[in-house]
Ligand binder design. Sequence first.
Ligand SMILES: [Zn+2]
Length: 280
Amino acid sequence: MFLPILVGILIVLAVADALGFLFWYACSWPRSQVLGPALVRGPAGSRKVALTFDDGPLPPYSEQILDILRSQNAKATFFVCGKDAARHPEILRRICREGHTIGNHTWSHPYLYFMNREKCAEEIDRTQRVIQQATGGTPRFFRPPYGARWFGLYPVLRERGLHLVQWSASGDDWELGADAIVSSVRAGLRPGAIILLHDGRQKSGGYLQRLLSRIFPSTGSQNRQPDADASETVKALPAIIEAAREMGYEFVSVEDFFPLRPRDDEGAPKGWDPSVNNSA
Ligand SMILES: [Zn+2]
């Protein structure tokens, strides 16, 4: 009598677990293409890799990273948060001027889970406007905070001609020291690798904190950490560049990997003509 009930309960639990896993995979796994297309890696046929820096701009780290990239003649992509971009338009202009690509990383770096389409659009549009005002160019690439996606996100990106970029290798530089960051990046170096690093820090918090911040937005988990520090990434960068160059890799921006056609409405943004600097 009890056995069939027990088996029934176990089956229900197993199905719920499997659905939960599939759901998590679709929304959270960086390489997942379930909810929509994600650019995870560039063409595997050439020895090119793309460094990407998230969560900035943040002085002095963003400038230090730009100094290293300039001295090494390496190109990169910066996924900036609008609220910090608004404070440091001069850094955005420098990123552009020195031939790097700027991408949109939302305004306040929230988890996009459970976020409705309007709020998602607001996070993206405010950031697009700030970057456009500072540089005259409008980003074509977007990276969701924490790589997390939700259902309303893709229609918003499509309407704005934005392409979602994830990563294939990570320096885990939000928790590692310089040497370990270099090792972590080295392990992920492949032709076409997109490497995740940070020139800023945005607050993450644990699951409970994230949940609370969804329910009570004023808990402040979307604000920058007061002790934001990207110095380990800065320390690691020369060794990352050296290691990759020894392996024959060249550093390009994601735009080089994924050449863009001009948008119908406004054409290619100033200084971002995809026909230039496109050797992918
Ligand atoms: Zn981020």
